[in-house]
Design a protein around this ligand. Structure first.
Ligand code: UDP
Length: 330
């Protein structure tokens, strides 16, 4: 790339993996992160870290100009579905309003390419599974709505200005860098695999199973778990495509196209640890869909990318290794 890549939220879970993937591919990387949930140590030393908010136009525009930024990967935001139900305005501020400010800075400073962390939560409860990009987007929680609103802004901005974008609709991201350089580190986990590996390492006693009466084979929620390093590689491939075809933009599901239930995930953790997690059946969690699985034909056909780590046990092993390293650290 003729210029640098700005990674917002590059000190966070997925962002720190994307920073590694970009650097390993030879890109120059600048990170902006306010470090509310991210960690400075999670940002590889080869990248430049600027602490600040993406709504801070002065800070962002100076960074875009000083570092000759050509492309933005936008990870910064709030990501917890149940929290978005109880505190929706936080999600409209941190996701929608902040993205609007960042986009305006991108346009003003002539940034050419924009890659956005979107989510399968934009679909809500899909009419059919696997769900494809052209299916209706009817979010069932403010998190999904806040991200969909940004997709809509991107569509309109790309039609009006010389910028193209790729919105990647993430399914369930899990695992950690196989080389142990970064992983999911934020306290107060709500995501299933993180919670399960915390339980497996003695950080918590039990794992709650949120709902056993969904319309799924075993009644528990089914999700499409994708390894974070595969997802990071998809971002680099998306950047390559946006550069090669500057007149085209894309909305792509980022998943493997197969689902595992909550019980299947917990069984995988048991297999990997050779222990037995204690499961506690609880009621449904507000805002949760029953099954969410990607139709991933579009991303496979569009990007020069193939899943390399489509293996639930591998995802769990990498998540577990990081969890152990993280607990050693503190
Ligand atoms: N889940 C669960 N127990 C937990 C956390 C999650 O049973 O402690 C379920 C949740 O209801 C959903 C699936 O696991 O069916 C994945 O939830 P997660 O929070 O990991 O991701 P989400 O799909 O909500 O983004």
């Amino acid at each position: 790339l003729d210029g640098a890549v700005l990674v917002t939220g590059g000190a966070g879970y997925i962002g720190s993996h994307a920073v590694l993937a970009l650097l390993d591919a030879g890109h120059r990387v600048v990170v902006i992160d306010n470090l509310t949930t991210g960690f400075a140590w999670a940002v590889d030393r080869r990248a430049t870290l600027i602490q600040g908010n993406i709504e801070d136009d002065g800070l962002v525009r100076a960074a875009l100009r000083d570092h000759d930024v050509r492309a933005i990967m936008h990870f910064a935001g709030s990501i917890i579905v149940p929290e978005s139900v109880t505190d929706p305005l936080k999600y409209y501020r941190n996701n929608t309003v902040a993205s609007r400010a960042l986009l305006e800075s991108a346009v003003v400073c002539g940034v050419r390419h924009f890659i956005f962390s979107s989510t399968a939560a934009t679909y809500g409860t899909p009419e059919k599974v696997p769900v494809s990009e052209g299916d209706p987007t009817v979010p069932i929680n403010p998190y999904g709505t806040s991200k969909l609103m940004t997709e809509i802004m991107l569509r309109d901005v790309a039609a009006a200005h010389p910028i193209n974008y790729c919105a990647l609709r993430y399914f369930n991201v899990a695992g950690a860098d196989p080389e142990g350089r970064t992983g999911q580190s934020t306290a107060g986990a709500t995501h299933l695999i993180k919670i399960a590996v915390e339980a497996a390492t003695g950080k918590r006693e039990t794992v709650g199973v949120f709902g056993t009466d969904y319309d799924t084979p075993d009644g528990t929620g089914v999700r499409d778990y994708i390894h974070v390093s595969d997802l990071a590689a998809a971002h680099v491939a998306a950047l390559d495509l946006l550069v090669a075809q500057p007149a085209r933009s894309h909305v792509l599901n980022a998943g493997y196209g197969r689902g595992f239930s909550v019980l299947e995930v917990l069984d995988a953790v048991d297999r990997v640890t050779n222990m037995k997690l204690e499961r506690v059946v609880q009621g449904r969690r507000p805002g949760d869909a029953g099954a969410l699985v990607a139709d991933n034909r579009a991303i496979l056909a569009t990007l020069d990318w193939k899943p390399a780590r489509d293996d639930l046990d591998m995802i769990v092993r990498d998540a577990l290794a990081w969890e152990r390293a993280l607990q050693q650290r503190s």
